[in-house]
Design a binder for this molecule. Structure first.
Ligand code: AKB
Length: 340
């Protein structure tokens, strides 16, 4: 298991001389802010454009290390303008409302998740771009087999987030079949990172718990013991997003969207793991009924055999490696010294 700082060395280096011009829509969000920097390291000769909406402007390194352009995904002209200006060949579409927040704004969730994807695919069709749009464990529902959920199975989610994700998978496959647009995707588990906060997901607790541990605060867990979900450390998720877009297309039987997995745990398992390194850490339960209902409807764990077979997907981080890296990096970020 490796330190996340080595991430950029770990993505397959046989693609070093690939020249890519990439537009990241939603570049200042939880995934986008790190993916944009990863892509700038991966494709140093290309235009790696941070697409953002007013009010969520890129700052610091993200702003200084490459071009940025206003791209509201609900405005197709803005997507087309950025693609033309920077000669973009690949679009990473990361615009979405996460599962819990989407339930309070279902119309907006659809407008961004499905309307925005349609706009992106239409620009991609006209201008011949490849498109990555993440799906999620949220694309499954209560009638899906919950353990080792297969790649191809029942997808009848009961959240608006899940409905937009399944629609997105199908629309992306349609554009690949019907128009030859190179659409590819992975189903992300809950993503854990010390860089940018998630904001509005069902799996957010697995990030918040590390902040509480480092700050020396008691953690109030919104989900009950026994609530298992797939989770992944951000460096693995970023590598997956790059590797699927670089995969040999002749090997891909699936496109939208691949199950990927690295670890599955419930609140007590992650708490006990953190406690190994922070012995005074305490957790109580203060349930959030909305998040609990959503989590109960999602799989406990995914089977990612197809991703392993079709493009050699393999995670690097398990719960222990992630916990050590999260705690070390959060201590630096929050300026907290490790207890002797
Ligand atoms: C959420 O909880 O909504 C997301 C997801 C699993 O897609 N993190």
């Amino acid at each position: 298991m490796e330190n996340s700082l080595n991430l950029h060395k770990k993505i397959k280096r046989d693609h070093l001389n690939i020249m890519k011009n990439v537009l990241i829509i939603g570049a200042t969000g939880q995934i986008g802010s790190e993916l944009t920097m990863t892509l700038r390291r991966e494709y140093p000769g290309g235009n790696i454009v941070a697409g953002y909406i007013p009010g969520a402007e890129p700052k610091g390194e993200l702003l200084e290390s490459g071009p940025a352009h206003i791209v509201d995904i609900t405005n197709p002209a803005q997507i087309a303008e950025a693609v033309d200006k920077y000669n973009v060949d690949t679009i990473y579409n990361l615009a979405a409302l996460l599962s819990a927040v989407a339930e309070s704004k279902p119309q907006l969730a659809w407008k961004i998740g499905v309307g925005g994807l349609y706009n992106t695919l239409e620009v991609a069709r006209e201008k011949k771009c490849a498109v990555f749009t993440p799906s999620s464990i949220g694309s499954f529902g209560p009638s899906t087999p919950h353990e080792k959920t297969p790649q191809d199975t029942i997808q009848r989610p009961e959240t608006i987030y899940g409905v937009t994700k399944v629609t997105g998978e199908m629309l992306s496959d349609y554009y690949a079949r019907r128009f030859g647009v190179d659409t590819r995707s992975v189903r992300f588990p809950g993503l854990i990172s010390y860089v940018a906060p998630p904001g509005g997901g069902t799996t957010d607790y697995a990030v918040d718990i590390y902040y509480s541990a480092v700050k020396g605060e008691e953690f109030k867990c919104p989900l009950k013991p026994g609530t298992f979900m797939d989770m992944m450390y951000m460096p693995d998720a970023l590598r997956a997003a790059v590797e699927i877009m670089e995969a040999d297309p002749s090997r891909l039987i699936h496109r939208n969207s691949f199950n990927i997995a690295s670890m599955s745990f419930d609140p007590e398992i992650i708490f006990n793991k953190i406690k190994e390194y922070c012995p005074d850490f305490k957790m109580t339960f203060e349930l959030d009924p909305l998040r609990q209902a959503i989590a109960d409807s999602w799989p406990d764990s995914l089977d990612d055999t197809c991703a392993r077979e079709e493009w050699d997907w393999k995670p690097e981080f398990d719960l222990d490696a992630m916990t050590r890296d999260m705690l070390a990096n959060l201590r630096v970020k929050l300026g907290v010294a490790e207890k002797a």
